[in-house]
Design a protein around this ligand. Structure first.
Ligand code: NPW
Ligand code: ADP
Ligand code: K
Length: 512
């Protein structure tokens, strides 16, 4: 399980480790600096071959302290290193101060304002200005250095950020102020921070172990750390003795004639992910259109709310998906019937089933129960949770900024069910505050998922897993993970139809 921490959680863990006597702050700083140098040589092996030039920009806190360690280690490696400090050395925190002095025995420390001229001729730029202690946006004092770092990017200079690029909030991934740096490589310590996987982050973030033994330090945390999705393959197995009804029966409600494609995509996805049976609930006018397009899928006529209520009297139908191509009017009529159905434990609401309640989201939330899963994209999220979306969209002036994790947790608590907030950084939360991120960034990038209908497939995947008896939170996270794996496995040229068809290969690769 990969944990992601906030700045406050990291500070608490660090403090607990130091207080326990396990390690000193100075040792942690030394390991952090060493980790950065190791990471640089791993990322750019050519830099390890001979000595080069480095410019190290140090800030007024412990991030700057790590920078002094990096400078010293590179110097010992034979490099030509220039160090620039923002702020007064006398006011550095104690560990950073020790490393400032150690460096000062080897070389000069110039004020940050002198850095731009050195930055024109460097092979490596080390951004050690601010890390998890970023409290506000960088002032205009940083403009020249920031401009010069853009020139470094254009010139192909290797740029490494210590912990996180300066000016980027470690909790939210948002840029605070206008002078946020960009780094090709971010080297974080102990665990990635939430900000490394939220938002449109550039570059690549990696973690270096600094020898903190986490598990014993979590007791004091008020909020469990967010984790990256980690799927349990066992929830996907079918045993040789299973009957199709052991894997549930999903019902996917379709819209009217000419609008049935989205529901058919979701239905196919439900079947592929292993639901025992999948039925499309179709209005009479669309029956012929759908019947001509399906084989293993079944079809039931569902004209209106009463029709749905009577179909759901069949206790074997245990998961229902409403939204893809449903139409707002039909959604307003069918959603209340589905969520109140006595024998139907699981409901997925997507697309039109969310938008249909934009005028009265509270009415929707009043009906939902813990077997429901909402799967909004950004627009749908803003329609259902306008105040939360406003907070998320607001341009932050201080850190830590309100994050997509905060927003999704707040939405799940309000809705009273699991909310999966889509994007390359899909965040999934339950009403108790459990939160998981499915990151489609760095080596898991899946840009071809930005294609019409891919969300319908995701809704179908979740519904299929729910039908199979997987609990809502786990169904949402497993489906989101498989969705990205299918896209990555298929590669460029992917359209939504390809996602369910790629699932057998992904399953085989998982050893199912
Ligand atoms: N936790 C761990 O286990 C380990 C942590 N380690 C390292 O420590 C880093 C965290 O160190 P940190 O807490 O000292 O914070 P850091 O990011 O250096 O900045 C704080 C300073 O910046 C200042 N300041 C803030 N914003 C500003 C602005 N916009 N403009 C101007 N000033 C601003 C702020 O001043 P103030 O807000 O008080 O005015 C304060 O002086 C972490 O990222 C990692 O690299 C490692 O050594 C290994 C173990
Ligand atoms: N650039 C991207 N990288 C990774 N995943 C993406 C990207 N763009 C979209 N997605 C994913 O694709 C799906 C799109 O869903 P949605 O916006 O509802 O599309 P549609 O309504 O067309 O089905 C979501 O699961 C989202 O997380
Ligand atoms: K930094």
């Amino acid at each position: 399980m990969t944990e992601l921490l906030t700045a406050a959680q990291m500070r608490a863990i660090e403090q607990a480790a130091i207080e326990s006597g396990e390690v000193t702050g100075l040792e942690l700083m030394e390991r952090a600096g060493r980790g950065v140098v190791e990471a640089v040589f791993e990322e750019w092996p050519e830099l390890a071959e001979t000595s080069h030039r480095a410019v190290v920009l140090c800030g007024p806190g412990n991030n700057g302290g790590d920078g002094f360690v990096v400078a010293r280690l590179l110097k010992e490696w034979g490099w030509d290193v220039e160090v620039f400090l923002y702020g007064d050395p006398a006011r550095l925190p104690s560990d950073a101060r020790v490393n400032y002095e150690r460096w000062a025995a080897l070389g000069e420390v110039l004020p940050l304002s002198a850095a731009p001229s050195a930055m024109t001729e460097t092979d490596l730029l080390v951004d050690a200005l601010f890390g998890t202690g970023l409290g506000r946006g960088l002032s205009d004092e940083f403009q020249d250095v920031w401009d010069s770092h853009l020139d470094c990017i254009a010139d192909g200079v290797a740029i490494v950020a210590v912990d996180i690029a300066s000016g980027v909030c470690a909790d939210s991934g948002k840029e605070i102020g206008i002078y946020a740096f960009v780094a090709e490589l971010e080297v974080s310590f102990h665990r990635l921070k939430q900000g490394h996987v939220l938002g449109d982050r550039m570059g690549r973030a990696i973690v270096k172990d600094i020898g903190i033994n986490t598990w014993q330090h979590h007791g004091s945390q008020t909020c469990e750390p967010v984790t990256l999705v980690c799927i349990e393959e066992s929830s996907l197995f079918k045993t040789p003795f299973d009957h199709k009804y052991d894997h549930g029966h999903a019902l996917i409600l379709s819209g009217g004639a000419g609008k049935t494609g989205a529901a058919r995509l979701a239905a196919r996805a439900s079947l592929r992910i292993g639901a025992g049976l999948v039925t499309l609930g179709v209005p009479g006018a669309a029956q012929m259109e759908v019947a001509g397009q399906i084989t293993a899928l079944m079809l039931r006529r569902v004209e209106d709310g009463d029709g749905l209520a009577s179909v759901l009297e069949d206790e074997r139908l245990n998961a229902v998906c409403l939204g893809p191509g449903l139409g707002a009017e039909r959604a307003r009529e069918l959603v209340p019937m589905a969520v109140r159905a006595e024998h139907t434990p699981y409901i997925v609401l997507d697309a039109d089933a969310l938008t249909a309640f934009a005028e009265e989201p509270e009415a929707l939330f009043g009906m939902l129960h813990e077997g429901c899963v909402l799967t909004p994209h950004g627009g749908e999220f803003a329609r259902l949770f306008p105040d939360i979306a406003e907070k998320l969209k607001a341009v932050p002036t201080k850190g830590p900024a309100y994050s997509k994790v905060d927003a999704t947790r707040e939405a799940a608590a309000r809705a009273g069910c699991v909310v999966l907030f889509k994007g390359p950084d899909t965040v999934i939360a339950d009403p108790d505050g459990r939160c998981i991120i499915n990151s489609a960034q760095y080596e898991r990038a899946a840009p071809w998922l930005a294609t019409a209908g891919s969300g319908d497939v995701l809704a179908g995947f979740i519904t299929g897993l729910l039908a199979r008896g997987v609990a809502p939170m786990q169904a949402a996270e497993t489906a989101a993970w498989l969705h990205v794996e299918c896209a990555r496995s298929f590669g460029p040229g992917l359209i939504a139809e390809d996602l369910p068809e790629e699932l057998p290969k992904v399953f085989r690769d998982l050893g199912l």
